[in-house]
Write a protein that binds this ligand. Structure first.
Ligand code: TXA
Ligand code: MG
Length: 324
């Protein structure tokens, strides 16, 4: 069933489809599936050869660890060491777009955690993801289902375009809602560290935890291997338009694709307008891909302020533009 795409009902995922996909995962196959953030490329996270297939399919460096997706909080105990703080966070934000980095138990293979002594865990809220993980009976290792370095997929067709024959089955559950990936929070040590801003805003974490630190420079690189690599980049240059800055394209000959929140009258070849930061986040990756395919010379993207989901938008845009 190479490269097969199957439509599945988001709210009432069809039993036969989910059972088949779950059994494929148990047998070492790769199944792409929707989560509330982006599409994931799933494999049995406890089967080293299945996990290796993920790295091959994505062209992903082997020292960049994967997130294990679970369908219940109880599963976590056999995979990682939890403390009260972790339990509090799970209670507050699961199921949902928060990934917790915890000290790993030996049940998690080295290849899944990129040789680290920690493991990343998340319980997604998307009904198709939850049904699939339950049906598989295993923790599902799943990075975003794009070629390494490309914008993450928020639609099933993009997964096939990027990974083609590398994936055995794609469950098409429509567009994903949040549009940017989960927030990654390291709680393996005494001070919680935000490794990647995402679907759960920093402010919400701070309400539960008090202070959360933001890693800078080498600490960030050491603690989150994923931060080392160029990410989310379309094949055309991306220029950022800060809230108070000037329009960033000087050359009037260039064909420009604009995406963002502002309505200012700038002449562009394509314009994608979002009416809230949440909609911007939801359409960010598909917008980048759309403008790339439209054949513009340069993409200009609004670079919003920092509150709420905007922190995640800024992070993804900085990387897409090569700033980080
Ligand atoms: O929303 C999401 O999180 C999506 C969906 C599919 O769940 N998944 C996702 O996975 O974005 P991926 O592999 O594209 O990003 C996972 C990030 C990477 O930056 C990786 O380095 C980091 O999490 N990570 C994974 N395990 C880690 C660990 N043990 N310590 C530190 N960072 C870790
Ligand atoms: Mg990714």
């Amino acid at each position: 069933m190479s490269g097969r795409l199957v439509c599945v009902d988001r709210w009432n995922p069809q039993r036969e489809i989910i059972e088949e996909a779950g059994s494929l995962l148990r047998r070492g196959g790769l199944v792409a599936f929707p989560t509330e953030t982006v599409y994931g490329l799933g494999a049995n996270g406890l089967d080293p050869s299945a996990v290796e297939r993920i790295f091959e399919a994505k062209g992903r460096p082997s020292d960049n660890p994967l997130i294990l997706h679970v369908a219940s909080s109880e599963t976590v105990h056999s995979l990682a060491v939890t403390d009260e703080r972790a339990l509090l966070l799970m209670e507050a934000f699961w199921p949902g777009p928060l990934t917790l980095v915890l000290r790993s138990r030996s049940s998690v293979p080295d290849v899944t955690r990129g040789g680290l002594d920690t493991v990343a865990l998340r319980m997604p809220s998307h009904p198709v993801a939850l049904a699939l993980i339950s049906a598989s009976g295993v923790p599902v290792a799943a990075p975003s289902a794009n070629r390494s370095g490309r914008p993450s997929p928020t639609e099933a067709s993009v997964v096939l375009g990027d990974l083609g024959e590398g994936v055995d089955l794609v469950l098409d559950g429509g567009s994903t809602e949040v549009g940017v990936e989960s927030t990654v929070l390291d709680v393996s040590d005494s001070m919680p560290v935000l490794l990647r801003p995402g679907g759960i805003p920093l402010e919400a974490l701070e309400e539960v935890l008090g202070r959360v630190s933001l890693p800078e420079g080498t600490l960030a690189l050491r603690r989150s291997p994923g931060m080392r690599y160029r990410h989310y980049a379309p094949s055309v240059p991306v220029r950022l338009w800060p809230e108070t800055g000037p329009w960033p394209v000087v050359d009037s000959e260039l064909s420009v694709g604009y995406m963002g929140l502002r309505r200012e009258a700038v002449t562009v070849a394509y314009r994608i307008h979002f009416d809230s930061p949440e909609h911007y986040a939801a359409g960010l990756f598909s917008g980048l891909r759309y403008l790339e395919e439209a054949g513009v010379d340069v993409i200009v993207a609004d670079f919003p302020g920092t509150g709420g989901i905007a922190l995640a938008i800024r992070d993804r845009l900085s990387r897409a533009s090569g700033l980080q």
